[in-house]
Design a protein around this ligand. Sequence first.
Ligand code: SF4
Length: 205
Amino acid sequence: MIHMMIGFFKDYFKYKKPAKKQQKWMEKYCTQKGYAINPNWMMATNLKSNLCEMEATFGKRYCPCFEPSGDTVLDKKMMCPCEFVEDEIAEYGTCHCALFGPADLSKEQWKASSQRLMDEYQVPKNLKNGILDTRNMPLDPRRNLPIPDMMHQVKSVLNAYKGKMLTVVVEREQEALNLEKIAAYRGFKSSYEAKENCIEVKLIL
Ligand code: SF4
């Protein structure tokens, strides 16, 4: 928990300025659609920082909860605000990431959807002897992408990781390419190698 909080505040200060730009379009979008931004300051701030990081890392404002899939049609649908908002509001009360919900959503409903999201992402990671295996996570039914995805698993592990090298096992080449971009953005060296049933990405931290 302490590592998560340190990570949160680091991102908060790092993205304080660009987050204001996110806030502007989000407010406009909410006015147009009759939505509201998650009233929990930490949740909304974290999601705004993540949006800033997605833009800085991948060049586009992808959903803060899913790394790019490599499928151009799906990736376009995943630009925030994504094409799944209404459908997900009908199911969860908010969009998947609990960033947007109807303006009249109760505090309890915001809380319940935020908790659903945290339960999805705060799962045990498969980390052993400096090897993080990111495969075999459940798939989101709309995007057919893992929850948590490789990117969120790596970020969560790095918050508390003390080693100098991390090997990340991924299933698809797109994940290895994404991790190369994440590594470059964070100033790490990286290389990847295809194995029989997976791809291994080495990060020098
Ligand atoms: S789920 Fe919410 S935060 Fe994620 S892209 Fe869609 S609208 Fe944006």
